[in-house]
Ligand binder design. Structure first.
Ligand SMILES: CC(=O)[C@@H](O)[C@H](O)COP(=O)(O)O
Ligand SMILES: NCC(=O)COP(=O)(O)O
Length: 264
């Protein structure tokens, strides 16, 4: 098939010490799937966002194929052969369809998400110790294939050691609670939970990603507060912005948000 040669661990993810932007293309596929015309094109979207400066591509091929379909995953793998510095991140539930995809495509990163089949959208992370023993062999299998594993996690500091002990390389902090609290009186208190969870992850040797409902308003505040985030994956809001601004201007704007977070 189209195996991508996985890089050395740590090669992908961060961008010059800053947080890498991985663009989730689910919603491009969702729109495309409402007709049989092949537009908008998922691979063309990938090409444009990469030319505009995105550092990664994320997809979440759900079992019902409501958006990303099997051919999208392999089409993107083929496209990314021409972009060796770009990280390919595939999300999903390893107890449903994800492992077959990982075995076939060998992306740089697999993000394990505990969604049920047909779930509306991701809404929680893994729970330890409950999920530990069944996750362990699948994490090891991915790593043996050269695929980094990130676990989608709620911002609970006590869970981070267990995520490390089960073998994960990274955790992705599920940011919906932060996004809903942003701009409200609860923002600071909720953000503190992410700071603590991020610190706990780094302290046990995990690398850190974040995602879900991040957008141009809330991104800088998050990255300024939570140290060490190597990658954000952003889809829904970014593609909505692209409908109004175009892909290129949208990517530039998200990169400005990331830069602002690191400005002195
Ligand atoms: C894991 C995560 O937070 C996102 O991938 C989210 O699940 C997006 O999936 P949908 O685009 O299907 O809502
Ligand atoms: N991992 C999160 C992701 O890929 C995108 O989530 P969203 O921006 O679509 O909420």
């Amino acid at each position: 098939m189209n195996p991508l040669v996985a890089p050395e661990p740590g090669h992908h993810g961060a961008h010059g010490g800053r947080t890498a932007l991985s663009v989730n293309l689910n919603k491009v596929a969702l729109l495309r799937n409402t007709r049989h015309l092949g537009i908008p094109s998922v691979t063309k979207a990938a090409q444009i966002v990469l030319e505009a400066g995105a550092q990664g591509i994320t997809v979440h091929p759900r079992p019902d194929e409501r958006h990303i379909r099997a051919h999208d995953v392999t089409d993107l793998a083929e496209l990314l052969k021409a972009w060796p510095a770009i990280e390919y991140n595939i999300e999903g539930n390893p107890f449903h369809n994800l492992m077959d995809v990982i075995r076939q495509v060998r992306p740089h990163q697999a993000t394990f998400v505990p969604d049920s089949v047909g779930q509306f959208t991701s809404d929680h992370g893994w729970t330890f110790p409950d999920d530990a023993e069944r996750l362990r062999p699948l994490i090891a299998e991915c790593q043996a294939l050269g695929v980094r594993v990130s676990l989608f996690m709620d911002p609970i500091p006590e869970m981070m050691r267990a995520a490390r002990e089960v073998g994960a390389d990274r955790v992705e902090l599920y940011t919906e609670a932060y996004a809903s609290a942003w701009g409200t009186p609860q923002q600071a208190e909720v953000l503190t939970r992410y700071v603590r969870a991020g610190e706990a992850a780094l302290a046990v040797g995990l690398e850190l990603n974040a995602g879900h409902d991040l957008n141009r308003d809330n991104l800088s505040d998050f990255l300024r507060a939570v140290p060490g985030v190597m990658e954000v994956s952003i889809g829904h809001a970014l593609i909505a912005d692209a409908l109004e601004l175009g892909y290129t201007e949208t990517i530039r704007d998200y990169q400005r948000c990331i830069q602002r977070a690191y400005a002195p």
